[in-house]
Each structure stands twice: as C-alpha cells, then as structure tokens.
Write a protein that binds this ligand. Structure first.
Ligand SMILES: Nc1ncnc2c1ncn2[C@@H]1O[C@H](COP(=O)(O)OP(=O)(O)OP(=O)(O)O)[C@@H](O)[C@H]1O
Length: 251
C-alpha cells in the first residue's frame, strides 16, 4: 500500500512583514481523502490555501506534492503537477459561454494556446473533454449561455468544473457552499462528493453540517496553528476544539 501522503506540509510558516500569521503548520493529506480546514475568521485558512497553491511564498517550511517539493513554484506550475484550487468567480470569463470557459481549462491542461492558425472549435479531443466536464458538473443545459448569465450556484459549479477541466487530482475548494440556500448547499455537496470521487479534496468550509457529512478528516486552524486534526467524530468530541472554537455548535 502506498502510504506516502499526497500533500505534506512541514513546518509551514507565513509572515507579512513583522506579522506572523502562520506557525509551523504540519499536515499530511492522504491519497483520496476529503479533508476540511475549519477555524474562526482570521485563523489563516485562506493564507494556507494561498501558500499551498503558490499564490504566496512560504516564510518557513516546505510543501510537498507526491513527495516532491512545490515550495517556490508558480501557481501554474503547481497546477501542472496536478493540484488545482477553485477559480474564484471573478476569474470566470463572463462573456464566454460556459462551455468555452471549461474548454480553456482543458486547453491549459494540454498546454494548448489560442493561435491565429488554430481553430479551437475543430479540436475534437479538447471539445469532447470540455463537454464531459460540462455534463459532470450538470451544466449541460446552460452550456451555450454566457457564464455571466448563470445563477450564483451555477457559477460555483462552473468554478468547480474549471478545477476538473485542468485535470487535477488534488483539489482545493474555498467555501464551495458560501452564500447558498439549504437546498443549493445540499446539491453543491452532492456535486462535490461526486466529482471528487477517487481524488483528494482539501476544502475550507464554514458550514459544519457540510464538513461533517462530506469530509473524512478535519483540521482546526486557530491563530495560524493547527489545534487538532481528526475524524469528524474526534473533532466534535475534542474538548480543546469545543472551547477554542466550536462551542455548542457541534455538541
Ligand atoms: N496580504 C496580507 N497582508 C497582511 N496580512 C494578511 C494578508 N493576508 C492575510 N493577512 C492576515 O493573516 C491573518 C489570516 O487571514 P486569512 O484571510 O488567511 O484568515 P481566514 O481564516 O481565511 O479568515 P476568513 O474566515 O475570515 O476568510 C489575518 O490576521 C489577516 O489579517
């Protein structure tokens, strides 16, 4: 059995000038696991994602993806090694169709660029792959519509589709259900569960019912430190976690 973690953070630290916001974070994410990062506002969850995806340079420590260091690599290089962070909605091309957005993700994966002499519409492999992703994220009905016309939750699904289109098998999602109604949340959770089958997921999520129903393990981040990592059950019963953060919410 391969026990090497897919993602390993060792002694990861981050400072902005004199302000240290992350201390010696150690975290192993196993192949195929769905792992949530929770914590109060300002705990450093976004910073952690920015460090893993290469948006911010590390101030200390090392991050390894499948045993190889990715510290110091640019986001697109990390992406090419199979780790994709959900694109923010603002990165969706609003005037392009939903299908065309996904096709850009697929093209990025294959290193294909738009060019004067290329007709993208004739690139059958790329089109087939984009169409498959379109169906997986259940947007086939709106595939020809400009992405800017989609509802909020459809745009979030497109965002998830973009991570899939790039072919990543380690996926980072930042609050995939934020701003959704209960019903939309349930559908989004189903979608995330389905599309991350056989992949590794790291997700920041505030909704505890989502965390506990979707994830195999949970890490609690408080003031830039990991207070505890464990199964949802262990986290729910951890006194330190209850005192520091969750309170009665999960009792
Ligand atoms: N670019 C930056 N420059 C200076 N300080 C920053 C920067 N980005 C984040 N911080 C600080 O780092 C700390 C962690 O912020 P971060 O946004 O990672 O927390 P978070 O857990 O994602 O919070 P939230 O749940 O509110 O999104 C905060 O004190 C924040 O002010």
């Amino acid at each position: 059995m391969n026990t090497e973690p897919v993602l390993r953070l060792s002694g990861v630290g981050k400072a902005f000038g004199a302000l240290t916001v992350m201390n010696e974070v150690n975290l192993d994410i196993a192949e195929g696991e769905r792992h949530a990062v929770i914590g109060p506002n300002g705990a450093g969850k976004s910073t952690l994602f920015n460090l893993i995806s290469g948006m911010f340079p590390l101030s200390a420590g090392d991050i390894r993806l499948r045993g190889k260091t990715i510290s110091g690599l640019a986001p697109h290089e990390i992406n090419r090694r199979g780790l994709s962070r959900s694109f923010q909605i603002t990165n969706i091309f609003h005037r392009l169709s939903v299908f065309e957005n996904l096709r850009i993700g697929v093209m990025a994966r294959h290193g294909v660029r738009y060019g004067l002499f290329r007709r993208v519409s004739r690139m059958r492999g790329v089109n087939d792959e984009a169409r498959a992703v379109l169906e997986r994220v259940r947007l086939a009905q709106v595939g020809d519509r400009p992405a800017g016309d989609l509802t909020y939750s459809e745009q979030r699904a497109l965002e998830i589709g973009m991570t899939l289109a790039t072919g990543a098998d380690v996926i980072l999602l930042d609050e995939p259900t934020a701003g959704m109604s209960r019903e939309e949340t349930d559908r989004a959770v189903e979608l995330v569960r389905e599309i991350t089958e056989g992949k590794t997921l790291l997700v920041v999520e505030h909704d505890m019912s989502v965390v506990f129903s979707l994830c195999d393990r949970v890490s609690v981040l408080v003031y830039g430190n990991i207070l505890a990592t464990g199964t949802p059950e262990e986290i729910r019963n951890n006194r330190q976690v209850q005192e520091a953060y969750l309170g009665e919410e999960v009792a």
